[in-house]
Design a binder for this molecule. Structure first.
Ligand code: SF4
Ligand code: SF4
Length: 201
């Protein structure tokens, strides 16, 4: 079993639903985005086109962040391939952040919140789980997935541009889409073997 995600760039409308639902689910502090949408304009007036590229941790098969971690805090779950962080083992050295070529890790160094009057009760319930002075990142909403749900970004994408499934199963929807639609990963030349694939726009 190897969990993976396919993002269909033809269906993505760049609405930031994934980015926002991830923040709501994980209660990440300002400046921390486990899921984010990169926008870029291409072409020249009047034939200008805006492209949206949603990104998140790629849960790389050969993850440089895991090999760079000196304490074993960054690790890969054997049973499902998810790359995760044991925050009790993280010493905040940030070696993994420097090793990740996709910039998908963040350092949580101070209590932060969005509203000047302090945290809402919902924010408090979500942010209390985050330890300080450690590195944080997406873990494919592993708790949700283990409970039989899909990651929050997948469940809340209004155009069903994000599909989650088992890359080891050749009959799964993710495997079928990658094969039939020419799915590609970001920066294949790095040999990190990501578990997040994109379908061409
Ligand atoms: Fe694209 Fe779906 Fe994310 Fe909206 S929620 S930006 S449509 S992937
Ligand atoms: Fe590690 Fe970065 Fe790959 Fe995620 S995208 S597994 S943080 S190297």
């Amino acid at each position: 079993m190897k969990w993976g995600m396919v993002i269909d760039l033809k269906r993505c409308i760049g609405c930031y639903g994934c980015q926002l639902s991830c923040k709501a689910e994980n209660g990440t502090p300002p400046g921390v985005f486990y899921a984010r949408v990169i926008k870029q304009e291409e072409g020249q007036y009047p034939t200008v086109q805006q492209l949206a590229l949603p990104v998140l941790c790629n849960h790389c098969e050969d993850a440089p962040c895991v090999s760079a971690c000196p304490t074993g805090a960054s690790f890969k779950w054997e049973e499902d391939g998810i790359v995760d962080i044991d925050h009790d083992l993280c010493v905040g050295c940030r070696a993994c952040m420097m090793a990740c070529p996709y910039n998908n890790r963040y350092f949580n160094d101070q209590p932060q919140h969005y509203f000047p009057q302090g945290m809402t009760p919902y924010e408090t319930s979500r942010t209390d789980r985050h330890q300080k002075d450690v590195v944080m990142k997406c873990n494919f909403c592993r708790d949700r997935v283990r409970a039989g749900k899909s990651p929050a970004c997948v469940a809340n994408c209004p155009t069903v541009a994000r599909i989650f499934g088992d890359l080891d199963d050749p009959m799964s929807e993710v495997s079928r889409l990658i094969k039939e639609r020419g799915g590609f990963a970001l920066h294949p030349e790095l040999d990190t073997r990501p578990s997040v694939y994109y379908l061409p726009p």
